[in-house]
Write a protein that binds this ligand. Structure first.
Ligand code: ZN
Ligand code: ZN
Length: 276
């Protein structure tokens, strides 16, 4: 039987993330019922400020709703991954000690110290706590970004200079797709699901556009899944070429399915210049 990717992922890994994505979609639909999108011209704000929108526009979030979604996520994780149930239970029983106004801000700021202090103080599993806050926040971010998604992706690559940073939520991205219909390349943010255009022969890390020093790695039999590599900064970024398959992929899942490309690039000494 032909496998879908050249390296097998742990059993249940992708299914967990697919189910998590569905759960987040359901949460987003629920939140949408009481949500009024802000009337902003995102492209104009980006061009004027040259900063991610979340840094210049107030991202409003009701801490009580956030707490509800957070607690529902704990239940989802305990059911989907029973082996984590005791750790999840620990976070759940200490939820009253958490500040649901601060938590989303700290995730967005990438304030690792805040979470390690919190985990230490309350003896909570730190990684799981961060994972839960991060993933409970995503339905809110996606709802916030959704009305502006099309305007952002069609604005062209000239409007945004920081290819690896989401112009909406400022998360880091190292994944793009080349669109089947017109060959344009779009970076993808798995935090808020925004897409923004970037140049085709281009290193998203250092801006190198010399075709002599940019090439790509791929695994045999999987030519549509590529890791662009740059000899200038030794950076790599992953991409899916939809033209080869004539399909629209789910970039969230494809990014995870292609861990083998990260391994391939990293084995050869390339880095994704990750800040974490
Ligand atoms: Zn984003
Ligand atoms: Zn580079």
């Amino acid at each position: 039987m032909k496998t879908k990717t050249p390296v097998d992922l742990p059993v249940g890994y992708l299914d967990f993330y697919k189910n998590l994505e569905s759960w987040q979609n359901q949460q987003q639909v629920k939140l949408k019922q009481t949500y009024a999108p802000a009337d902003i011209d995102v492209v104009k704000v980006l061009v004027n400020t040259n900063r991610a929108l979340i840094e210049s526009i107030d991202f409003k979030l009701d801490p009580r709703r956030f707490q509800e979604v957070f607690q529902e996520l704990l239940q989802f994780i305990a059911a989907a991954r029973p082996e984590t149930a005791s750790q999840v239970g620990k976070i759940s029983s200490l939820a009253a000690a958490l500040d649901f106004e601060q938590l989303p801000l700290k995730i967005l700021e990438g304030d690792g110290e805040y979470f390690s202090d919190l985990a230490q103080k309350h003896e909570m599993p730190e990684e799981l706590l961060i994972f839960c806050v991060d993933h409970a926040l995503r339905p809110f971010l996606r709802l916030w970004a959704a009305p502006h998604r099309a305007a952002l992706s069609e604005a062209g690559f000239e409007i945004w200079d920081f290819a690896t940073t989401c112009p909406f939520c400022a998360s880091k991205s190292n994944f793009s797709r080349v669109r089947a219909t017109d060959g344009r390349r779009f970076m993808f943010c798995d935090g808020c699901f925004s897409e923004w255009e970037t140049r085709n022969i281009y290193c998203v890390h250092c801006g190198n556009s010399n075709p002599q020093t940019i090439s790509y790695l791929t695994a045999e039999d999987f030519p549509a899944y590529q890791a662009f590599i740059c000899e200038e900064c030794r950076g790599y970024s992953k991409s899916f070429d939809e033209r080869q398959k004539a399909i629209r992929i789910d970039p969230y899942i494809t990014n995870m399915e292609t861990v083998y490309l990260d391994l391939l690039a990293q084995e050869k000494g390339y880095t994704n210049h990750s800040q974490t």
